[in-house]
Every structure is written in structure tokens, then in C-alpha cells.
Design a protein around this ligand. Structure first.
Ligand code: SAM
Length: 390
């Protein structure tokens, strides 16, 4: 478009950056910002906030600090950029800076309060964590409530309740504060810190050896903030792996995992397709789960015959791949792919009106969200591995 003579302006440039950020192409987004400047198309506060959101989502704290500096220098810094920086600093373990910035905020910032609340809990500062949870709830109940969308409200409520639950359980002596301090790195592999496949593979084997080698292994792909997998890992004597490519969500799973004291869950901040094709050992996984993949997102992109071949290879001889979706088009497209590979899987597809499986207990955030919107039809696809020699 541009080489054909199309004119770049700030709004168009910001939209291009937004698209790149959404796709996780942060290097290109940053390069594009530089190109805009070189072409004398100045970024505005929206452009830079879009990049800050990307830094939160894809775990780029250092870059966020320089963008924020630029905003301050140009007088573009505001409540939104500050609220984002608080969350980014929490992700980077910079609690004191986040706290002092939070104290300086004048308007509501419930998600930032909750990020701080979780970090305070990690430090054993329960009273302060509770206060932040209470204030976050007030902020979505009060006059500003209309400005907060339904998805954020549900997330805020879930997060605040989680903080209250941990504090309550500690009071009752059911949680030992010290047990919550396993080193984060010991259970976390992130593509943002470690991109070499060989290293990732070794890293994953090390993590799995550390959680206990002789138990069945279950893997949830596209785990979101991990409510479902954390619940399952809490009740089942097995090892679990949660795969989520967004850094902010993977970080949330890890934080909760630490606060819940679960030592049988490994979090991989990586692409699900990469984990299946290159990182898991052959025949090592008892069951694989994919729950509520985004119909328009990577969920539909990576579900291909080669992906199924990789999953087939990873599963134990009687292993299963369990998929849940509320989107009938997505179900149909998945079943079409499965049917094109009869040598790999036998499919059983059912529909139920209820959200969670009866007796399963665990309900994820997206599960609740869709239920709250009245989307109650769920499609369950169970894929049983066809042994190689049949
Ligand atoms: C709609 S959410 C569902 C999350 C969770 N399973 C639940 O039920 O709450 C889908 C998640 O998949 C993640 N995701 C999408 N494509 C991915 C990929 N290729 N690798 C890893 N995670 C991915 C998204 O970031 C998002 O958190």
C-alpha cells in the first residue's frame, strides 16, 4: 500500500501497529514505530498505549519502560498508561515501584490493583492485598461501573475472590505462606527469555523431572489464565502442563500456582503448536485438552493434519485428546480435519447444554463468561488415539 503511493498518517500507523501487536509481532511493531517517525508521521498517545498493551501481553517490560519514558517526556502519560505500567511492573516483580505508582493514581484502576494484590500476597502482605481486592470491587460497583466491560468485570470479580480465598485459607492455617515461594523460574519456560528449541526441550524435561517423574502427564493447550488446569492439578494426583502463549496470562497461571502451593503444574509460555511438534516426548502424555479455543484466532489456524500427527505422537497408546467448544462451526471444521486423518484418531462428538462436565467441578473464566452470556450449548469432542500398527 505504502510503496504504491498510499499515504501514511498517525491513525493508519496506529492501526497497523495494533494489528502487529495483536498477532504477537512485537519486533515488527516497534520497527514500524521507528519507520513512522522516520517518515515524519508522529505517534500519538494511542499509538504508544497500543505498544504498551503489547508489552504487557507479550512480556516486554524493558521496552515498556522506554515507551513510558517517551510518553512522559512528551506529556502523553495519563491514567491509562500508568495503569498499564503498574501491571507491567508487577509482571516484572517490581512491586514497590508498582505500589508507589498505584498510590499516585487518581482514577479507578481495578486490574492494576489486583495485579498488585497478587504480588502482595506473594510477599505475605495479606492485609494490603485484601484492601486492594476490596477497592477493585468497589471501583467496578460504583459510578465508574458502566465504563468497565463485561469481560473485565468478570475477571476482576474472579481475581478479587481468589485473593480473598487465599487470605481466608491462610488464616485457617490451610496454607503455609513459606510454601508459596518456589522459584518462579523453576516452573516457567517462556519464549520471551529462551527461544532456542533445543534449550526449550531440555528445559521442559528438567521441569517435568522436578515435578515427579512417575505420574501420568496431562497437558492443557491454550490455557488462558488457567482456572481449569489449576483446579484439576489441585485435585488429581498427576502432573500437569499448561501452555499459553500470552505472557500476561501465563504469568497469572504461574502466580496462582505458587499461591496455591501446587507443585505438580508446569507453565509453558509458548506456542501450543511448537510445544506439540517439538517439545513433548513421544508417547509421554496421557491426555491433552483444548478448551474454548478462539474461533477466529490461532485455535483454528493450528488445528491441521500435521498438528494432529504431533499430538498423536505425544500421546500414550490409549491417550485421548479432549476438546470443548461452544462454536459449532469450529467443531465442524475440527471434525473435518480429524476425519481426514482416520489413521490417527477415532472421534466421538457429543453436545451438552451444561457448561462443565458433570462432576468435573472446574469451570474456567471463559466458560463462565460464555455461560453468563447465555451460550449454553457445548460441543465435546473426544479423540482416541489409534495405535500405529492398526
Ligand atoms: C478463549 S481463551 C480460552 C482459555 C481457557 N482454555 C478457558 O477456557 O478459559 C483461548 C486462549 O488460547 C490462547 N492461545 C491462542 N492461540 C494459542 C497458541 N497458538 N498457543 C498457545 N496459546 C494460544 C489465547 O491467548 C487465549 O488465552
Amino acid at each position: 500500500y505504502l510503496t504504491g503511493g498510499g499515504e501514511l498518517n498517525t491513525v493508519l500507523g496506529t492501526s497497523i501497529i495494533k494489528g502487529l501487536v495483536g498477532a504477537g509481532r512485537m519486533e515488527e511493531a516497534t520497527r514500524f514505530l521507528e519507520e513512522m517517525k522516520a517518515m515524519r508521521v508522529p505517534p500519538n498517545d494511542r499509538t504508544l498505549k497500543t505498544l504498551l498493551r503489547g508489552c504487557l501481553r507479550w512480556g516486554r517490560g524493558g521496552e515498556a519502560e522506554s515507551i513510558y519514558e517517551e510518553m512522559r517526556a512528551q506529556g502523553m502519560q495519563d491514567q491509562v498508561s500508568d495503569a498499564l505500567m503498574i501491571r507491567i511492573r508487577c509482571q516484572d516483580g517490581r512491586l514497590e515501584e508498582a505500589l508507589s505508582q498505584l498510590r499516585g493514581l487518581t482514577g479507578p484502576a481495578p486490574l492494576s490493583r489486583l495485579a498488585v494484590g497478587h504480588m502482595l500476597l506473594m510477599e505475605g502482605r495479606d492485609g494490603e492485598a485484601l484492601e486492594q481486592a476490596a477497592r477493585a470491587m468497589e471501583e467496578i460497583g460504583g459510578a465508574g461501573a458502566a465504563a468497565v466491560d463485561e469481560i473485565s468485570k468478570l475477571k476482576i470479580k474472579t481475581d478479587a475472590e481468589f485473593i480473598q480465598r487465599i487470605v481466608e485459607e491462610r488464616k485457617q492455617g490451610r496454607r503455609d505462606e513459606q510454601s508459596l515461594r518456589p522459584s518462579m523460574q523453576d516452573l516457567f519456560l517462556s519464549s520471551s527469555s529462551n527461544v532456542d528449541k533445543g534449550n526449550l526441550k531440555t528445559g521442559l524435561s528438567k521441569l517435568l523431572r522436578a515435578v515427579g517423574p512417575d505420574k501420568p502427564l496431562h497437558v492443557e493447550l491454550c490455557a488462558g489464565s488457567g482456572e481449569w488446569v489449576l483446579d484439576r492439578a489441585g485435585v488429581e494426583d498427576a502432573n500437569w502442563v499448561a501452555v499459553e502463549y500470552r505472557y500476561d496470562r501465563a504469568h497469572e497461571i504461574l502466580t496462582r500456582r505458587s499461591l496455591l502451593g501446587l507443585n505438580n503444574l508446569v507453565v509453558l509460555n509458548l506456542d501450543a503448536a511448537l510445544v506439540c511438534s517439538d517439545l513433548l516426548r513421544p508417547a509421554s502424555v496421557r491426555s491433552m485438552f483444548l478448551r474454548f479455543p478462539e474461533p477466529m484466532g490461532a485455535g483454528s489456524v493450528f488445528f491441521s493434519p500435521s498438528f494432529l500427527r504431533a499430538v498423536h505422537k505425544n500421546l500414550e497408546p490409549n491417550g485421548t485428546f479432549n476438546i470443548v467448544t461452544d462454536d459449532s462451526d469450529l467443531r465442524d471444521s475440527y471434525l473435518k480435519v480429524v476425519k481426514s486423518c482416520p489413521q490417527l484418531f477415532k472421534a466421538r462428538s457429543t453436545a451438552r447444554r451444561e457448561g462443565a462436565k458433570k462432576g468435573e467441578g472446574a469451570v474456567s473464566y471463559f466458560d463462565q463468561l460464555w455461560r453468563s452470556r447465555g451460550f449454553q450449548e457445548r460441543y465435546f469432542i473426544e479423540l482416541g488415539k489409534v495405535p500405529r500398527n492398526v
